[in-house]
Write a protein of this length. Structure first.
Length: 368
């Protein structure tokens, strides 16, 4: 029986540990509720504050499952995680028995493992979404057992079993999609700096130095800089010392309002951020997080560089002078910014969330 606007439908979305993992799941949840007003969406994440805060901001119900990571960490920590996996699967099984979802979607992060395993034991349709060019450990393992694998970047399907993959793109939250539809270009030379959730101390320290190295700044130049909690005061003080107008915060919640102002973005190269930059047509300078698993951020960035939408610098060896020169060149040339912006839009997949929700509803309908 097909699931329509008047149907009942319950979906579990599992993942977390970073905003980059959660935001695609939030986008899917928003689209599900928009299409099926009676739908119930429950997130199963970790007990980390980043997961709980994101869910509270968007108003979706959430449950937590205790689960450690097998990636990185000490040998003792990995052994503890392995020994705890049966308990994690049991806890996930109990949550799913209570929620009784029609489908479970995993969006990345180690918590997806036990939740998806429990879903398979219960016979619930399953799917995962892979954001990056190279799948994370959890998704690589899950690719062999789930019913469908959604991928964001062409080529990443080679890491999964043939016949299960669908190239969907990376789903974007409603507020980002709405801004993309407006197609507005920034009128002032505003530089937006996004460090990402995995660590950006080097980038945070380098940016004020790079701006100082620019020399003469364009009229009305200002900086919006998301630092993370550790470096907020350091970066704010650095801009004040330079006499640069800057809005510095640990995190911004209304990213649509922030993106609207940006003429150029300096950022890490997480998949969610890159999907937002392409949808919005924002020219960018990308400095991939050098310790990302399998160096996937560099490979993510290469897809934008190849398309003419971004410039990339590796963190190792990057100097303030080099970065400052690149910022000055792009901000000082409207044609360059316009060309990079158009190239970015050509790489966007604005209908990603529709493709994923279409497939999820069809899978759940077939099971009824």
């Amino acid at each position: 029986m097909a699931i329509g606007p008047e149907s009942s439908f319950t979906m579990v979305i599992t993942g977390g540990g970073t905003g980059g993992h959660l935001f695609p799941g939030i986008a899917v949840a928003q689209e599900v509720v928009a299409r099926v007003p009676k739908a119930r969406v429950v997130f199963i994440g970790t007990e980390r504050a980043v997961d709980q805060n994101a869910m509270a901001q968007y108003g979706f119900a959430s449950r937590a499952v205790r689960c450690g990571s097998l990636k990185g960490g000490t040998v003792a920590g990995k052994i503890k995680t392995i020994l705890g996996l049966p308990g994690s699967v049991c806890q996930a099984w109990q949550v799913l028995r209570q929620v009784r979802p029609d489908l479970v979607l995993g969006v990345g992060g180690y918590v997806t493992g036990p939740v998806m395993a429990a879903a398979k034991l219960l016979g619930i349709p399953t799917a995962i979404h892979e954001q990056n060019s190279i799948p994370g450990l959890a998704n690589r393992r899950l690719g062999g057992i789930v019913d469908r694998v959604f991928v964001s970047i062409p080529g990443s399907e080679s890491h999964f079993p043939a016949g299960r993959c669908q190239l969907s793109g990376n789903p974007l939250r409603q507020e980002i999609v709405s801004l993309a539809r407006q197609g507005m270009e920034a009128s002032a030379p505003v530089l937006l700096v996004l460090g990402g959730s995995q660590g950006a101390h080097r980038l945070n320290a380098l940016l004020p130095e790079a701006i100082a190295a620019m020399g003469a700044m364009p009229p009305e130049f200002r900086v919006i800089h998301q630092t993370g909690r550790a470096d907020e005061e350091m970066v704010r003080a650095a801009y004040q010392k330079l006499g640069v107008t800057g809005e510095v915060r640990a995190f911004f919640t209304d990213m649509a309002a922030i993106y609207r102002q940006a003429a150029l973005v300096v950022s890490r190269a997480g998949a969610t951020t890159l999907a937002e930059l392409t949808a919005l047509g924002k020219p960018s300078i990308l400095v991939p997080f050098p310790f990302a698993a399998d160096d996937h951020q560099r490979k993510n960035a290469e897809s934008l560089v190849a398309g003419g939408a971004a410039r990339m610098f590796l963190e190792e060896g990057l100097t303030a002078s080099t970065l400052g020169q690149a910022i000055a060149e792009i901000l000082g040339d409207a044609e360059t910014r316009r060309g990079m912006g158009q190239a970015a839009r050509s790489l966007a997949r604005p209908d990603a969330v529709h493709a994923i929700v279409d497939a999820c509803l069809a899978m759940a309908s077939a099971k009824r």
